[in-house]
Design a protein around this ligand. Structure first.
Ligand code: NDP
Length: 451
């Protein structure tokens, strides 16, 4: 079959997806990227086509929409939307984070749930895919308001989830504080202490290394990619976006492996610190963001470095870029600037942070490019390990969890190489991750019949 014929198949498929899911642009974008990788593979393996696996995998098994009423500190009633997408349970209970952010809508959560199916499969652990959240904005809310909101959210969600059904975790706007409030309310409603959420506190069922896992994992993935070129993170200049959970622990691990992180950002702007963000400066960021809940601008004021209001860090010269904030945060022009400035490796801690046009720029330049569903799978991997520990009623040591995380990231890298290596030696990690993630889920779906 020619490339044109494949393009036609992708277009035909996407016409149907867009008609069925109008206005859900991020979902269309995520499906198109996967379908582009899969169409040639499925043409070679027609049993998937006959069973309509692609059509089924792009339709959530269940979508739950609900109202979240709560009362703010002024005594005023507030209403938010609650959503849980139970996307695919072919290889295990639904698993995926909760996002609390004003931009949350059905299309964004469907894109995240769809990506999660492939990511979870890549981890080799038995986890299906899901995602959920709310348009609630925790920014500027008191702890009591966040607690009342979380309790109201769980008062509806609890009837749909469970340790063998659906196991949510954190994502943007949902960290240790929110998971605590959600878990407390679930336990109260069900009168059960179970591993129904991951990212729990260490003292009450959480796993060591879970907070670190996504940032560490994306850094290990970058190291694996660089290794294919006989290189490493040592002495590399690294640009990181975001300053939340993923960005913080990526900064920690890159620094530990000898790289120098020179940027961090939030939704207001980015800081550029050419001296590097060392251990002491990172401790300041962690306090600023996790306790004080302040803005990244304050870092520049404290350490006397540059702050660029309203901008993203991709114009800064770097060897490695780690977009760790949100979707579509690197566009085509920014991708070109990264390459012109000598960036050789991109490891995505965030989900779908590069636009399709940016991805093409990386692929044309044949740089090392680890897409989110492979590079950021460390978070859900350690969530899977938290589920195992909860089932065993045991806690593994930090070393044990970290060593399992490293092994999983190496295995994911190998899977990407297996399915993504081209004749000239270039590794197409997008294709590798999509096909590698698909096969296990698709085979399970085939085995389980038309369900
Ligand atoms: P956090 O809420 O801890 O941090 C998010 C960071 O990104 C903040 O600095 C935030 O800035 C910034 N950000 C959020 N939205 C935007 C936006 N629209 N434009 C610019 N900056 C923005 O979230 P995480 O670190 O947990 O998540 C970051 C990314 O990693 C997300 O894409 C998430 O899906 C992905 N991810 C997270 C996993 C995890 O384990 N936590 C697992 C796998 C992927 P501000 O404070 O100003 O909003």
């Amino acid at each position: 079959m020619t490339n044109n014929a494949y393009d036609q198949l992708v277009n035909d498929f996407m016409v149907k997806i867009i008609a069925k899911n109008p206005g859900e642009e991020e979902f269309h974008q995520a499906v198109k990227e996967v379908v582009e990788s899969l169409v040639p593979y499925i043409e070679e393996n027609p049993h998937y086509k006959e069973a309509k696996i692609l059509e089924r995998i792009a339709e959530p098994e269940r979508v739950i929409l609900f109202r979240i009423p709560w009362v703010d500190d002024k005594g005023e009633v507030q209403i938010n939307k609650g959503i849980r997408i139970e996307m695919n349970s072919a290889i295990g209970p639904y698993k995926g984070g909760l996002r609390f952010h004003p931009t949350v809508n059905l299309g964004i959560l469907k894109f995240l749930a769809f990506e999660q199916v492939f990511k979870n499969s890549l981890t080799t652990l038995p986890m299906g895919g899901g995602k959920g959240g709310s348009d609630f904005d925790p920014k500027g809310k008191s702890d009591n308001e966040v607690m009342r909101f979380c309790q109201s959210f769980m008062t509806e969600l609890f009837r749909h989830i469970g340790p063998n059904t659906d196991v949510p975790a954190g994502d943007i706007g949902v960290g240790g504080r929110e998971i605590g409030f959600l878990f407390g309310q679930y336990k109260r409603l069900k009168n059960e202490f179970t591993g129904v959420l991951t990212g729990k506190g260490r003292e009450w069922g959480g796993s060591l290394i879970r907070p670190e896992a996504t940032g560490y994992g994306a850094t290990y993935f970058a190291e694996e990619m660089l290794k294919t070129k006989g290189d490493s993170l040592k002495d590399k200049i690294v640009a990181i976006s975001g300053s939340g959970n993923v960005a913080q622990y990526a900064t920690e691990k890159v620094t530990e492996l000898g790289g120098k992180v020179v940027t961090l950002s939030d939704s207001s702007g980015y800081i550029y610190d050419p001296d590097g963000i060392d251990e002491e400066k990172l401790a300041y960021i962690m306090h600023l963001k996790n306790v004080k809940r302040g803005r990244i601008r304050e870092y520049a004021e404290k350490y006397g470095c540059e702050y660029h209001e309203g901008q993203r860090p991709w114009g800064v010269k770097c060897d490695v870029a780690m977009p760790n904030a949100t979707q579509n945060e690197i566009n085509e022009d920014e991708a070109k600037i990264l390459i012109e400035n000598g960036c050789m490796c991109i490891s995505e801690g965030a989900n779908m942070p590069s636009t399709p046009e940016a991805t093409l720029v990386y692929q044309d330049a044949k740089i090392l490019y680890g897409p989110g569903k492979a590079a950021n799978a460390g978070g859900v991997s350690v969530s899977g390990l938290e589920m195992s520990q909860n089932s065993l009623r045991l806690s593994w040591t930090r070393e044990e969890v970290d060593s399992r995380l490293q092994t999983i990231m190496k295995d994911i890298h190998e899977t990407c190489v297996k399915y993504g290596k081209e004749d000239d030696g270039y590794i197409d990690y997008v294709k590798g991750a999509n096909i590698g993630g698909f096969v296990k889920v698709a085979d399970a779906m085939l085995a389980q019949g038309v369900v």
